[in-house]
Design a protein around this ligand. Structure first.
Ligand SMILES: [Mn+2]
Length: 328
């Protein structure tokens, strides 16, 4: 397993020295964090993305995964303009190939992506964590897109995979879909389809390819009610884990809160050992972290101190797993 840190928001590049200090020499980066549509006139300018990659490489840190690709909203909803988005996405694969970045993490949550109804739940010692309680959003109106049924999202996902997998295969880039988070059937009329291990399995069978797999987000899959270590074994056996998100929660899909990485409901050491047992050659990164002492809650889940704790904990687990199981 290759330990990586995420750099998603403006200012995150300041973490580069921190990453160097921690001995983490891989990065997960995005193409755009906020934009949900292509610019007027279409196309995409990859110049700033390329220079970002270059600045990481100069610091001795290798970007390994693109998490947050070019916009795919119209593709997810099946609206006019999707073919332009797909064309730009294929161009991204071409650019990634030229930069030797071999994995892209995408999701199939249109309109409302990663969502939390509570962003600052008190945790131990005054730290805060995010959470979701389905009751919080009951009575919220539909979005401007009305009811989006699950069949439509599945159909659009199949269309996308059929369109992009040939390019992914020819460039040697793995498509790693992230499960829906929170894993509830719908939010404000927008269905969420990737809310179980069965659904993730179905994605990999929708268009069979060795480049069609998943991001194993332990927090999302655990909130969905799965036995997380068993799910790791199942997907790893089928060679479908292309990227892993390491975090934990307490609760259920309808009502959960995130936790410090060693304080949730999952046996995290067991999970780590399984990644080694199956010899996975992919990146793993700390996912959402608590906001800690002196930090503003301006980027809930992505502040700095929680990452320090998570990386130290993960390094300890990785060393122990390597010694117990072997592997790299
Ligand atoms: Mn995740």
């Amino acid at each position: 397993m290759k330990l990586a840190m995420a750099y998603f928001y403006p200012g995150h590049e300041e973490k580069i020295p921190l990453s160097q200090q921690l001995g983490v020499d891989r990065a997960v980066i995005n193409v755009c964090s906020q934009k949900t549509s292509l610019p007027e006139g279409g196309g995409w300018d990859f110049a700033s993305f390329k220079s970002k990659v270059e600045s990481f490489l100069q610091a001795g840190i290798k970007p390994e995964v693109v998490e947050g690709p070019t916009p795919l909203e119209r593709t997810k909803l099946g609206l006019p303009g999707r073919d332009e988005e797909i064309e730009v996405f294929c161009k991204l694969l071409d650019v990634m190939d030229s930069l030797d970045i071999r994995t892209v993490c995408y999701n199939w949550m249109p309109v409302i992506g990663w969502y939390r109804s509570r962003k600052a739940i008190p945790a131990r010692g005054g730290a805060t964590v995010t959470g979701y309680c389905h009751r919080d959003i009951e009575g919220e109106p539909l979005t401007e897109f009305g009811e989006v049924p699950p069949e439509r999202l599945w159909k659009n996902l199949e269309y996308f995979l059929k369109a992009v997998l040939p390019a992914a295969e020819s460039h040697g880039i793995r498509l790693a879909v992230h499960p829906d988070d929170p894993p509830v059937p719908a939010i404000r009329g927008i269905s969420r389809i990737l809310i179980s291990t069965e659904a993730l399995q179905k994605v990999t069978e929708l268009v069979p390819s060795e480049y069609n797999g998943i991001t194993f987000c332990q927090g999302s899959i655990g909130a969905g009610g799965a036995d997380v270590p068993k799910a790791i074994s199942d997907f790893a056996e089928k060679k479908k884990i292309f990227f892993a998100h390491f975090r934990d929660i307490r609760g259920t899909a309808e009502d959960f809160r995130e936790t410090f990485h060693e304080d949730g409901q999952t046996d995290m050491y067991q999970c780590m050992k399984l990644y080694y047992k199956y010899g996975l050659d992919c990146c793993i990164r700390p996912d959402h972290v608590p906001t800690m002492l002196g930090e503003e809650c301006s980027q809930p889940g992505y502040s700095m101190l929680g990452n320090l704790f998570a990386v130290g904990y993960m390094k300890g687990l990785m060393e122990a797993a390597q010694k117990e199981i072997g592997g790299f």
